[in-house]
Design a protein around this ligand. Structure first.
Ligand code: PLP
Length: 411
């Protein structure tokens, strides 16, 4: 007889996107003449830029030649890509990161999920509420949570850091000592950010408490304001306490191609029970070599092309396209008299649903009155209740039309 990993039974079923799909399907069936506009999607819609497509074609052709063929590559990523990352994402911002502190992967979802392997079960986890659900669920799977409390919508042993209008979406330092802190800025779902000074507070806390910050900056390319850090390593002392996750998904439309990376500086250390210091870089390297055989050569060549001059210009055009959508959404909400947050340094706008309505009630009203689909905030955690997420990843035409409808109906 085999026994299952019972931690999986503690996971709460996420009905968020399936419920949305069901509600939209039902409405469409009953109202076949209505044109629904989806502003709920978290996936990009602009095609891969020509610089990356050319690099892909070239790499495919290479693979068909004796000289150019590549079999297994280095598990940590090819040198050409790790070098390009170090130079363009870090040295260009005055940050010294070494190539062997970069681990190329098939995306930030896997990295933020798999990282739990190198931490002891006893660590106390803190995460923001609302939150990108991967951080929470992977810690539940790894037995770092207790039981789920259905009344509160929270797990025992997990420290929730509420982010809401009342604290300007800036999480407060935990009252008790925590070991692993998940931070994601620019934030999904709220679209809000921390400036350097606000992030410094977290780095100082982590240094004082020997905690590790797991910093997800998958949306850094959308930052428009100067004092918002693109990398946590722009903050003093962060190289001792922070692991950073990056992704080409939203930056360069790689959600289907799949490529990202994680940065683990060698100064970032944890302890054995006997108090001996160990580099997390060493552990992650060992894990990577054991469980992963690297991202495909052709995808890594496409990722390298993101950093070419034309690649940078082309991806910037796409990012500007999405950020123009974000501006249209913000302007539309303002005219409709709806309070909103985010959308300046992120492709997400987080709006406050009208007083007395729940996130799901607002979803139904918006679908019925304006035929627009968004994402109820309560799906991201209990403190998401009363909020609603609109994304800037649609087409400009649809975004304009959606906002016209919302303005004319008031919602
Ligand atoms: N991190 C955050 C905060 C995200 O919102 C997403 C995707 O939506 C990811 C990571 C996943 O990125 P990837 O496509 O690289 O797996």
């Amino acid at each position: 007889m085999s026994y299952i990993n019972e931690n999986f039974l503690e996971l709460q079923e996420s009905y968020l996107f399936s419920t949305i799909a069901k509600k939209v399907a039902k409405y469409t069936e009953e109202n076949p003449d209505k044109k629904i506009i989806k502003l709920g999607i978290g996936d990009v819609t602009r095609p891969i830029v020509p610089a990356c497509i050319n690099a892909l074609h070239k790499a495919v052709d290479e693979m068909g030649t004796i000289q150019g063929f590549k079999g297994y590559g280095p598990e940590q990523g090819y040198e050409f890509l790790r070098k390009a990352i170090v130079k363009n994402d870090y040295q260009s911002r005055g940050i010294e990161i070494e190539e062997d502190e970069i681990f190329v992967s098939d995306g930030a979802k896997c990295d933020t999920g798999n990282i739990v392997d190198i931490f002891a079960k006893e660590n106390i986890v803190a995460l923001t509420d609302p939150v990108y659900p991967v951080y929470l669920d992977t810690n539940v799977m790894a037995e770092r949570s207790g039981k789920f409390n259905p009344n509160e919508g929270t797990y025992q042993n997990i420290i929730y850091l509420p982010v809401m209008a009342e604290n300007n979406f800036k999480p407060e330092l935990p009252k008790q000592r925590v070991d692993m802190i998940y931070l994601c800025f620019p934030n999904n779902p709220t679209g809000t950010v921390l400036n350097k000074k606000e992030l410094q507070k977290w780095v100082d806390y982590a240094r004082e408490n020997h905690s590790i910050i797991l910093y997800d900056s998958a949306y850094e390319a959308f930052i428009t304001q100067k004092d918002v850090p693109h990398s946590i390593y722009e903050v003093q002392g962060a190289k001792e306490v922070a692991i950073e996750f990056r992704s080409f998904s939203k930056t360069a439309g790689f959600t289907g191609l799949r490529c990202g990376y994680v940065v683990i500086p060698k100064q970032v250390k944890g302890f054995t029970k006997e108090g001996k210091e160990v580099q997390y870089n060493q552990l992650w390297n060992r894990r990577t070599c054991t469980k992963f055989n690297g991202v495909s050569y052709i995808i890594q060549r496409a990722a390298e092309a993101v950093y070419s001059e034309e690649g940078q210009k082309q991806i910037r055009e796409n990012i500007n396209y999405y950020m123009e959508n974000a501006r249209i959404i913000r302007e539309g909400l303002e005219k409709a008299g709806i309070t909103y947050y985010g959308g300046v340094n992120a492709p997400y706008v987080w709006l406050k649903v009208p007083e007395g309505k729940s996130s799901w009630e607002f979803f139904d009203i918006l679908l019925r009155e304006s035929n627009v689909v968004g994402t109820p905030g309560s799906g991201f955690g209990p403190h998401g209740e009363g909020y609603f997420r609109l994304t800037a990843f649609g087409t400009k035409e649809n975004t304009i039309e959606a906002m016209e409808r919302i303005k004319s109906k008031g919602c």
